[in-house]
Design a protein around this ligand. Sequence first.
Ligand SMILES: N[C@@H](CCC(=O)N[C@@H](CS)C(=O)NCC(=O)O)C(=O)O
Length: 228
Amino acid sequence: MKLLIGNKNYSSWSLRPWLLLSQLEIPFEEEKLSFNDPEFKTRVGHHSPVGEVPVLVDGDVVVWDSLAIVEYLAETFPDRGVWPRERAARAHARAICAEIHAGFGALREAMPMNCAVRFDWVPRDVRVQRDIARIVAMWSDCRTRFGKGGPFLFGGFSAADAYYAPVVRRFLGFDVKLPDIAAAYAAAVDGLPAMRAWMTAALGEHEFVAVDEPYREPPARASEPPAR
Ligand SMILES: N[C@@H](CCC(=O)N[C@@H](CS)C(=O)NCC(=O)O)C(=O)O
């Protein structure tokens, strides 16, 4: 199996299936494409009709959306625990993944994932604050109702945690103040070995993608840090 992904520093949708595959120790090879590559669309377009990452290629099977990839992995590896084992928990996990797949646009736009940067401000926009409040309530609810067996939303690590890992990165990167239960959850996700490996690779990229950093000026030369 091959997973096409974008820059690790920025690509929140790529992180989701990558983290799931890595953390569940499902063997795969990654192909990383730079968003700055003028051939990006053409290269992804060889596999995907949409031209976006992530894309999973498994022989003749091509899956070009993160949520569809999760479901494909759950079917292909039924014993790996992609979703929680218990039916009600599984339904809940699917619902919260669908919620971010289709929503939280204000948060996603105002607080883009950027692994290499630590911000000292949180956007004040009321829609962003509403998204943050909903996610904190969701995490607290999952941890309280389903999280007894471990530190993650449904106890053991599952696709739901892979889906919220980029949100954890955003909350940590933008220094969002979290209540204890949400802060402990964020620390558990951020400490996952696969998450640490992603972060190390992301921090080693040193590539500035202007469309992903609307809040600061690009560096004068590629080797310099960007202007704030
Ligand atoms: N809903 C899609 C979203 C995929 C997406 O937006 N990918 C972005 C990167 S994170 C992308 O490929 N952008 C490049 C482009 O559109 O040219 C999914 O869940 O996989």
